[in-house]
Write a protein that binds this ligand. Structure first.
Ligand SMILES: Cc1cc2nc3c(=O)[nH]c(=O)nc-3n(C[C@H](O)[C@H](O)[C@H](O)COP(=O)(O)OP(=O)(O)OC[C@H]3O[C@@H](n4cnc5c(N)ncnc54)[C@H](O)[C@@H]3O)c2cc1C
Length: 472
């Protein structure tokens, strides 16, 4: 086991992709195996925070005290059987995708940041552009090796229901507390997942590194689609783009059945023009869509269905882009990935701090949400960019205040959060709560909800030592 105690070696672990500063830790521990981790944890009493790849956006891997455990040495990939793969928690999405290229299998969750570790994506229940059809990371986890902060270890398999006992290798067992809290029905990554029919596995996934440590993971794979019909549609006005979404959803998985529906507002397109000069000048909005095609034979039919549908709509069809092969599909994904990257680079250069939303609402409030954003944003010269998962009613609004506008930007953020909560939405649909969104989470679930969630934490980590400061 490696132990790093020099401040300069600890410093890189006190950062993630949020702008959070002020973390602190006594040392970084790097175990060679889960058994080594178990021995370490059994003899440890300090707060423990798990480090993944550090791409998180909520400072959830940055402790204020205690010890950081980095699982970077647990980085092996092994095929289990057809459709199942075993990965160490430090394996990155990039590494997994590269491994799968030579197979006929496909791992659907595709968070934009492919340097994320799989352990991190489980802890945050990461999702991405294809989650519109395929759902979140939780849906693809079959089994994990899990270690509690007191060193107790178990193999947790799908199918172990929350009303059954959770048993550990040392013979001890835990039962789920009596609580009334239930997670919201829309896409949600805020707080613990609680649903009366869930498995124990579902609880640990998305728990922001606060309930247990994933030391080995078995993922479910799907047969690889043979191709994707994919395009970037441009619109002369935003409304035409928004109106397309309920129409697409009304097909209910028939001919038009996309897996991705990703939005770019006017400001996002303006920023993207620095890297993509071919964006049509007069476009005000864009939609990146993808539909997976199981068999190549069906490609032309699916393409034809999209053309027939889009021809009837208010789209700049001649200026829109349609993929002609795998290279174009990758280009469109890069186009989507470029927007947060460009904003982050600009912010670093300008020394500007962004306020980023990650909120979602149930389907029935989609159009009201879009109109509310339009009415609320862009006032008083506050720069902003809006992009993200339109199909999930889940947009990322990046408020980009100059120094004198920070307070105002915070007020705008609060106003948005209040309205989203009135619609029974969530303050985090993707990135989790971590240390940065606790105020909003408390508003979202109320004192009773918080007290229920604390009961869950208490039965797994009564001294609040794992991922302390996150969520609660
Ligand atoms: C440009 C950009 C784009 C992004 N796009 C998306 C997106 O599309 N979708 C999305 O969901 N997220 C996105 N993110 C956020 C981020 O990539 C995800 O939250 C990711 O899952 C974090 O993984 P990580 O390995 O970097 O974890 P870290 O940031 O290191 O840690 C995140 C949390 O996971 C915990 N953790 C890590 N490993 C383990 C483990 N083995 N066991 C228990 N807990 C653990 C940590 O303690 C911490 O609480 C984006 C980030 C950036 C910078």
């Amino acid at each position: 086991m490696i132990r790093k105690t020099k401040p300069e070696f600890i410093a890189p672990y006190l950062r993630d992709a949020s702008n959070f500063s002020g973390g602190n830790a006594e040392e970084v521990i790097i175990p060679e195996s889960s058994d080594e981790l178990v021995v370490f944890l059994k003899n440890e009493t300090r707060p423990v925070t798990i480090a993944g790849a550090g791409t998180g956006l909520t400072a959830s891997r940055i402790p204020s005290e205690g010890v950081i455990v980095s699982l970077e040495r647990l980085n092996k990939i092994a095929y289990e059987e057809e459709g199942r793969i075993q990965v160490g928690p430090a394996v990155t999405l990039n590494e997994l995708q590269a491994f799968l290229v030579s197979t006929n299998w496909f791992y659907p969750p595709n968070p934009t940041e492919t340097w994320a570790s799989l352990g991190g994506t489980l802890a945050t229940n990461a999702s991405g552009s294809r989650s519109y059809k395929y759902g979140v990371t939780r849906n693809y986890v079959e089994e994990v090796e899990l270690v509690l902060v007191d060193g107790r270890k178990t193999i947790l398999k799908r199918g172990l229901k929350i009303n059954e006992l959770l048993k550990f290798e040392d013979g001890s067992q835990i039962s789920f507390p009596e609580i009334s809290y239930q997670s919201p029905e829309c896409k949600n990554a805020a707080g613990y997942f609680v649903h009366h029919e869930m498995d124990w596995l579902d609880l640990f996934i998305g728990s922001d590194g606060t309930l247990g440590v994933f030391t080995n993971i078995v993922l479910r794979l799907l047969p690889c689609p043979e191709d994707f019909v994919s395009g970037v549609l441009f619109f002369e006005d935003e409304h035409s783009c928004w109106e397309l979404i309920p129409k697409i959803k009304s097909f209910k998985g028939q001919k038009i059945a996309p897996c991705s529906l990703e939005y770019f507002d006017h400001n996002a397109l303006e920023k993207l023009k620095s890297k993509h000069q071919n964006i049509p000048h007069h476009s005000r909005a864009a939609l990146f869509f993808e539909q997976d095609v199981a068999q190549l034979n069906d490609y032309d039919l699916v393409m034809e269905d999209w053309y027939v549908f889009l021809n009837e709509e208010n789209i700049m069809l001649d200026d829109s882009w349609f993929a002609q092969g795998a290279k174009d599909i990758q280009k469109f994904h890069d186009f989507r990935h470029d927007i947060p990257i460009i904003i982050n680079e600009e912010n670093s250069r300008a020394g500007r701090v962004k306020l980023g939303t990650d909120m979602a609402v149930p389907d029935c409030h989609f159009m009201a949400m879009m109109k509310f954003y339009q009415k609320t944003l862009g006032k008083n010269g506050l720069d902003y960019v809006m992009f993200g998962h339109l199909g999930d009613n889940h947009l990322h609004i990046n408020l980009l205040p100059n120094t004198s506008q920070r307070e105002y930007a915070q007020q705008v953020y609060d106003l948005i959060a209040d309205q989203i909560l009135k619609w029974q939405g969530t303050v985090s649909a993707e990135h989790g709560i971590g240390k940065l969104k606790k105020k909003y989470f408390a508003k979202m679930v109320g004192p009773e909800g918080l007290s229920d969630l604390k009961k869950i934490k208490d039965c797994l980590d009564p001294d609040n030592r794992l991922g302390a400061g996150n969520i609660l």
